[in-house]
Ligand binder design. Structure first.
Ligand code: PBG
Length: 313
């Protein structure tokens, strides 16, 4: 059954198509900006007008949704740009939903792009204060829902945030806003290029006090179950390729809709090897995406989304 393409197609177990992919996009303050992210060839920071253009092309390529990351003009101790109703993401969501009502708009909910210290929460006495942070995250998620986001995706890894956000959304009249929980988000070296893109490298310490230890998998299953109990609609594993076993274990344990995030370092490693002629980038990227689907991910957040959609045409 491997002899011809037609036979192989007949028995292929895993399907990879554009409808499984979500495109991450970086939205920056300013007018008419398209600024390349040097550590992520092919990825740019976009001002809102350029973002609307780009999202239109992504959607036309067959990608059903985008996830937005904001790069604000200014940062402060409390990350107030994250929950400013006129913040860069809130304005971008409104513009996107007006220009492309059929495009699913997901927002990343976190403080790290908005705090001057770069941590994912409110810092008190040198440590991130979980419970104060919950209030700020819920405020952020609500401001995204009010702007029209279809889905909010908390990536901060505070305890109890899914329940907190779910309650807030229900109480404030947004019962239909969905939540994709970054349930098993590891303290990973593969986020390096993103932190350059989002200017969110922690000013002191690291994120091991709240993100997961790469050595753990039972804990990931526990985290996913907690998030489902608290009201998550989709659970996510991040990064993706180094954690295929975790994706499979959570899928088997929960049967819930699952996302996986092929993160910046996974993308940039493939890009760099491709650009050097050391690897067939297209084949390697599609192989990784297929493997992530095979492991059990229903949807994949990937910087390759638009390009892969073109390759899969
Ligand atoms: C944090 C956040 C991060 C990513 C998505 N959301 C970075 C981090 O935890 O430092 C990483 C995404 C990537 O590397 O592509 N809000």
């Amino acid at each position: 059954m491997r002899q011809t393409k037609a036979l192989r197609d007949l028995v292929r177990e895993t399907e990879l198509s554009p409808r499984h992919l979500i495109q991450p996009l970086f939205v920056a303050a300013g007018e008419d900006v398209r600024e390349p992210v040097l550590s992520m060839p092919g990825v740019d920071r976009l001002s809102i007008n350029r973002l609307v253009e780009e999202a239109g092309e992504v959607h036309a390529a067959g990608i059903p949704g985008v996830i937005l990351f904001g790069i604000p003009q200014a940062k402060d101790e409390a990350g107030s740009g994250a929950y400013d109703p006129e913040g860069v993401v809130q304005l971008a969501v409104r513009a996107l939903k007006e220009a492309h009502p059929e495009l699913t708009v997901i927002t990343d909910v976190c403080l790290c792009e908005y705090t001057d210290h770069g941590h994912c929460g409110f810092v008190r006495d040198g440590v991130v204060d979980n419970d104060i942070t919950l209030e700020l995250l819920a405020k952020t998620a609500l401001s995204h829902a009010e702007a029209g986001a279809d889905v909010v995706a908390p990536s901060d890894m505070m305890d109890g945030r899914i329940g907190h956000i779910r309650t807030q959304l229900e109480e404030e009249g947004h019962p239909n806003t969905a939540i994709i929980a970054y349930s098993a988000k590891y303290a990973s070296a593969f986020y390096g290029p993103f932190r350059e893109a989002a200017d969110s490298t922690p000013g002191f310490g690291d994120r091991r006090g709240y993100q997961m230890d790469p050595a753990n998998a039972d804990e990931a299953v526990r985290e996913a179950k907690l998030d489902l109990d608290e009201g998550a609609d989709v659970i996510m594993v991040k990064p993706a390729t180094p954690y295929l076993d975790v994706i499979r274990r959570i899928k088997d344990a929960t049967q819930a809709p699952m996302a996986a995030y092929q993160v910046s370092g996974e993308y940039s490693a493939l890009k760099a090897a491709g650009q050097n002629g050391w690897i067939d980038e297209r084949a390697a990227a599609l192989e990784c995406l297929t493997a992530i689907r095979r492991a059990g991910a229903d949807l994949i957040l990937t910087y390759y989304a638009k390009e892969a959609a073109e390759w899969l045409r």
